[in-house]
Design a protein around this ligand. Sequence first.
Ligand code: GDP
Ligand code: IMO
Ligand code: MG
Length: 427
Amino acid sequence: MPALVLVGAQWGDEGKGKATDLLGGSVDYVVRYQGGNNAGHTVVIGDQKYALHLLPSGILSPNVTPVIGNGVVIDPGVLLSELNGLNERGIDTSKLLISGNAHLITPYHRTLDKVTERFLGKRRIGTTGRGIGPTYADKINRVGIRVQDLFDESILRQKIEAALHDKNQLLVKLYNRRAIPADLVLEEYLGYADKIKPFLADTTLVLDEALKAGKVVLLEGGQGTLLDVDHGTYPFVTSSNPTSGGACTGSGIGPTKIDRVIGILKAYTTRVGSGPFPTELLDEDGEALRRIGGERGVTTGRDRRCGWFDAVIARYATRVNGLTDFFLTKLDVLTGWEQIPVCVAYEIDGRRVEELPYNQSDFHHAKPVYETLPGWSEDISGAKTFAELPKNAQAYVKALEEMSGAPISAIGVGPGRDETIQINSFL
Ligand code: GDP
Ligand code: IMO
Ligand code: MG
């Protein structure tokens, strides 16, 4: 059996955690392939709610082996506290595997993330402040620290000292902060080595052997398509590749092994942080979506910006990820609107544009062209089949499917595991 990828189709927070957890019953491995603890994935199982940041959402399924791939950036303090939190709630985390090639977030990455944002002022990205960007920058600049470095004190010392030689100059002379002593960082990070060692694995080899043995591997992305550093709304993006291509580089699984790419798509749109957002609503409809949808960040507690569904974005996600199908989430949140506008194209400087413009100024100017669909007022949270949905809800789903360029194979009608309608055998 092959591998499948699960990606966010918009700006993150589409409900990837819930989708991964649902698929957890039918897969053997769940691999995070990029990002770090900038992610916030909420999973609701019965009356229990879990907020995961760094760990793959599959960690909650007893039969799944969770894997943190080479493409992830790991804050070891966060990793250990997340594991402890789950252990205290009776979740067995002993099967976790961590790639020795994954890069480590250190205190100087977190500090740099925060000071650079502060200095950007109005031009700030609105990052999560977790050190994600500076850690990936060091990786690409070939001065990063990897998980495997924790197990060689002399290499770790050399690397931390070399990194801080530069970074302390920046912190002190440019940003007016205190220098970070290399010895303190070294001592803290050496302290993580024994705790992380039991999880260390050659994850690309493990996954290859698993695939050869007929196991199913789910590659779980953090963030979303429009936060991708290559394909997103640069520079208002994260510093990795959440799109499906990133699943290969971030896990070491080749593209020929992947036969399904599921896009997680919210029935409306949200975004956290700065950057363009054509369908953003700054009125009471936006406020209502935020309230009814509980649109508050799991990681930073910031209110999410809310707007109507944008089919141009969904089509783009289908294109750049090669999506095979969608999981449409949070349809229940739209219950109660008499009319629901859906963005079908943009108007840019008087022209109608059907595809996401690659030019950033065009995207900043894009005005949504709306088509209005009739709403429904019946409570749909108990619906188990497509046929049980009100006719207008069915028509809304069908219209989105047609505009988005890939079939919708499941619909979320509530946060719980069982509040899901399966169509086209999602599981
Ligand atoms: P992720 O980052 O993509 O995993 O998504 P988040 O967990 O940040 O945000 C999605 C939120 O919506 C979470 O609070 C989920 O529990 C919730 N959720 C997921 N699917 C549904 C759904 O179909 N209906 C409703 N009402 N909530 C959902
Ligand atoms: P999940 O996995 C929504 C956003 C931040 C900021 C930008 C860059 O829960 O969908 P970073 O700290 O990554 O350098 O911030 O990306 N961002 C997210 N927005 N959901 C996320 O993750 C996000 N992770 C990062 O708000 O705009
Ligand atoms: Mg989230």
